[in-house]
Ligand binder design. Structure first.
Ligand SMILES: Nc1ncnc2c1ncn2[C@@H]1O[C@H](COP(=O)(O)OP(=O)(O)OP(=O)(O)O)[C@@H](O)[C@H]1O
Ligand SMILES: [Mg+2]
Length: 277
């Protein structure tokens, strides 16, 4: 009897300890934006913007055109034109303000651009290969055979034709092809934190499902993401943990997918109506 009690007690303690470690790891690895003040060309775009994302969580941002969603994404990525005048951005417990885009990327961050730029002269495969290589510890060689095997498998999953590997990055790509290639890059560099800025725009209905499945496949409990969108279709497939409405320089309202239904019914005016009630 005493032995059974002792065993039971030991198992309980072990389970408790593991759940505490898990909880501690999750809260330690937060991707956090603290009271951010952001300006572009001396115009303040965001002020008092705060958000905490735990590993494994997917958050969706919606907000009117020109409200500052892409500016926030680019500021996090380290774009020098977007000036952070106050507050903090913390990745995995480490402040990233002032770090260069490549340093931030090496820390596990990835941004899928709303308007991907064209790079004539650099093939898609070489671009991705350089990005994957850059994330390896210095001096670690990248096995070319393994790289192409992985690349072709991911291209197949995203239904991107193999011929794209030798095409100059985004040069002459259709809108949807550019967006698929942004997701391909994300899948290849395997980030811990990603922002997908209107990746759904320009995708046809089938491509939307393919891309959503690819994003969902990355959700392994440690991958955190912000999905910026104007449409509910992508969010229906991806099912974010939280939806945030951005307004007046900050998060005006947070909730679940029901927020999108309310937006569709009442428009953005309902946020102010609720605040003034
Ligand atoms: N490099 C820049 N130079 C000047 N103004 C800029 C720059 N980048 C952004 N802005 C301005 O900052 C504001 C926010 O732009 P941003 O692209 O962040 O909006 P958004 O919320 O992503 O909009 P959308 O939903 O249309 O993509 C806009 O008024 C935009 O014109
Ligand atoms: Mg934008």
């Amino acid at each position: 009897m005493k032995i059974a009690y002792f065993l039971c007690y030991t198992i309980k303690m072990v389970v408790f300890k593991f759940s505490m470690i898990n909880h501690w790891e999750r809260s330690m690895c937060a991707f956090e934006i603290k009271n951010l003040k952001l300006s572009v060309n001396d115009n303040v775009i965001l002020d008092g913007f705060s958000l905490k994302i735990l590993p494994g969580e997917v958050h969706a941002f919606i907000g009117k055109n020109g409200i500052g969603k892409s500016s926030l994404a680019k500021a996090i990525a380290g774009h020098p034109a977007y000036k952070i005048q106050g507050g903090d951005i913390v990745l995995n417990g480490e402040r990233i303000l002032g770090q260069s885009p490549d340093e931030i990327a090496r820390k596990g961050f990835f941004l899928a651009f709303q308007s991907p730029i064209e790079l004539p002269g650099v093939s898609l495969a070489n671009f991705i290969r350089a990005a994957v290589q850059a994330r390896l510890p210095r001096g670690t060689p990248l096995n070319g055979v393994d790289f192409y095997k992985n690349l072709y498998a991911k291209m197949e999953a995203l239904q991107i034709d193999k011929s794209f590997t030798s095409r100059p990055l985004n040069d002459g790509f259709s809108g949807g092809e550019k967006k698929r290639c942004e997701v391909l890059q994300m899948m290849m560099v395997e980030p811990k934190y990603a922002i997908l800025d209107e990746t759904d725009s320009g995708l046809d209905i089938d491509a939307l499902k393919i891309v959503s499945n690819a994003v969902n496949a990355m959700r392994d409990g440690t991958f955190s993401a912000i999905i910026i969108t104007h449409h509910n279709k992508l969010l229906e497939y991806i099912k974010p943990d939280f939806v945030h409405i951005i307004s007046d320089g900050k998060i005006a309202m947070s909730g679940g997918l029901e927020l999108i239904d309310r937006l569709e019914k009442f428009g953005y005016g309902f946020i102010h109506d609720e605040h003034t009630l």
